[in-house]
Write a protein that binds this ligand. Structure first.
Ligand code: MLT
Length: 265
């Protein structure tokens, strides 16, 4: 499994498959394993770059706050290391916040944008307070606290029967300090509708039809902010649509990327 260095930190990533590149940024509080249902099928057509974001999986953490724009710098540093001028970029939930931070910094590096189960808005004061409470509880009680309190919100009712252990295991792999720092970083992210409005490249917004964290109205707000975006609901899926219904998710993603990534590097 390869590593690269940015900000003096050792950061791990997966580099699977061949073809046009697709940089994939994972949701909170998971890690690169969140995209395991995409690897087999899509790696036959795409080169998939999937970092463990700093503080998750095997990637090191710098401080007790991980801002989304610092994670975006790490993602750009990975493209630099691999000599990739541009790439298609996909983010699920927190990964979507990182995509938006990346667009704020370097929109020209994104050849096509896929945002899944995420939203363009900043946290309101109540949500910020809740993030800090959760950060402190995570530090005190460890990742089992997050797994216990989030699993019912992350997964649809159907997936709660089939997938809770798989997702819980991924959550428990992460260090509690990294998760707490990301909670504080998410609380500091700005509203990104201005950034999305300026982005002129191709884009698609995906949302699980049972997403309880960033439901359809949030996806519609994302799509409305983008100049020409296709909005697709993934059936029988909650907040982790790529994990819960990979058949439909992968087909939609492949359909969107075909023809849009030919010059992506
Ligand atoms: C995620 O899935 O990445 C988080 O639920 C996003 C958030 O808490 O805003």
């Amino acid at each position: 499994m390869p590593f690269y260095t940015n900000r003096g930190l050792s950061l791990r990533y997966l580099d699977e498959g061949s073809g046009p590149t697709l940089l994939m940024l994972h949701p909170f509080p998971l890690n690169a394993a969140a995209f395991s249902p995409q690897l087999g099928q899509l790696a036959r057509k795409y080169r998939m770059l999937i970092p463990d974001l700093s503080g998750f999986g095997s990637s090191e953490l710098e401080s007790d706050i991980t801002e989304m724009d610092v994670l975006a710098e790490d993602a750009l540093a990975l493209l630099d290391k691999l000599h990739l001028e541009r790439s298609a970029i996909l983010g699920v939930s927190m990964g979507g916040y990182v995509c938006m931070a990346l667009l704020r910094k370097a929109p020209d590096r994104c050849s096509a944008l896929v945002l899944c189960d995420t939203q363009p808005f900043a946290d309101d004061p109540e949500a910020k307070t809740k993030r800090e409470e959760n950060a402190q509880k995570t530090l005190a009680e460890g990742m089992p606290f997050l797994a216990r309190t989030m699993i019912g919100k992350l997964l649809s009712a159907n997936a709660l029967i089939k997938l809770p252990q798989e997702v819980t295991q991924i959550i428990l792999q992460n260090p509690k300090e990294g998760a707490a720092a990301a909670l504080r970083g998410m609380a500091r992210r700005p509203d990104s509708r201005d950034v999305l409005a300026k982005y002129a490249g191709p884009s698609m917004v995906l949302v699980g039809d049972q997403d309880a964290i960033t439901p359809l109205d949030k996806a519609q707000a994302l799509s409305a902010s983008l100049s020409s975006s296709r909005l697709v609901q993934i059936p029988k899926a909650g907040h982790l649509a790529n994990f819960e219904n990979p058949t439909v998710f992968n087909a939609e993603l492949d359909h969107f990327l075909t023809g849009r990534t030919a010059n992506a590097g």
